[in-house]
Design a protein around this ligand. Structure first.
Ligand code: TMP
Length: 216
């Protein structure tokens, strides 16, 4: 059985991850690649319940370690019930956020010891790491404005203040720097079509996709 490809999208608030994920999903479907788009926190019905607890309410609602455990609880459901079976059956997974977000948000920005996150990561993910991580990078002022305009109501993290968001941006760049084979940083301060073409070309080249897939 061929294994699928696991791609994650990461970045700060309002960087356009979800839009870019959809555009890549459409492209892959157009060349007959079996693909599932999903997200964290969430992605399963249990995970979506946990998401509600994380993205709504007061910023100090949880202590940072509890918050980390909630993200990993959602992730465990997601990996066990959706990501792992899909990858093993040869499907591609496009996931809006994954473990890098926990390192950036709960580790770098909320101060949870990175060693603890590393340990949780080993236990919960069983080394199920993305094959490719696309990190969308944008000055925080632009991202926060976009997120505010979008107004989907899940504002708990958006409200965490500028220093928090600046730390996040730097954290994602550091993660990319430390994982050059897995991570690709894309400038998100461009038109969405330009960004999407860049991502599609990257994926086509990396996985040697061509229109012949259409015939397969
Ligand atoms: P989204 O707005 O990109 O859908 O993500 C929901 C929020 O959850 C976002 O503000 C970042 C946050 N988050 C974490 O703090 N840690 C994590 O591990 C994940 C996956 C998301």
């Amino acid at each position: 059985m061929t294994k699928g490809v696991f791609i994650t999208f990461e970045g700060g608030e309002g960087t356009g991850k979800s839009t870019q994920l959809r555009l890549l999903e459409n492209h892959l479907k157009s060349i007959n690649i079996p693909v599932i788009a999903t997200r964290e926190p969430g992605g399963t019905s249990a995970g979506e319940l946990i998401r509600e607890l994380l993205v709504n309410g007061k910023t100090n609602r949880w202590s940072p370690l509890t918050e980390t455990l909630l993200h990993y609880a959602s992730r465990y459901e997601h990996i066990t019930n959706l990501i792992q079976p899909a990858i093993l059956s040869g499907q591609w997974i496009l996931c809006d956020r994954y473990t890098d977000s926990t390192f950036a948000y709960q580790g770098f920005a909320q101060g949870v010891d990175l060693k603890i996150i590393n340990q949780l990561n080993k236990i919960i993910t069983s080394q199920l790491n993305p094959n490719l991580t696309i990190i969308l990078d944008l000055p925080i002022e632009i991202g926060l404005k976009r997120a505010e305009k979008r107004g989907i109501g899940e504002t708990r993290y958006e409200k965490m203040g500028r220093p928090f968001h600046q730390t996040l941006r730097e954290a994602f760049l550091e993660i990319a720097n430390n994982n050059p084979e897995r991570c690709v940083v894309i400038n998100a301060d461009e038109k969405k079509e330009v960004i999407s073409n860049r991502i599609i070309n990257l994926v086509n080249e990396r996985y040697r996709l061509s229109y012949s897939e259409k015939e397969g």
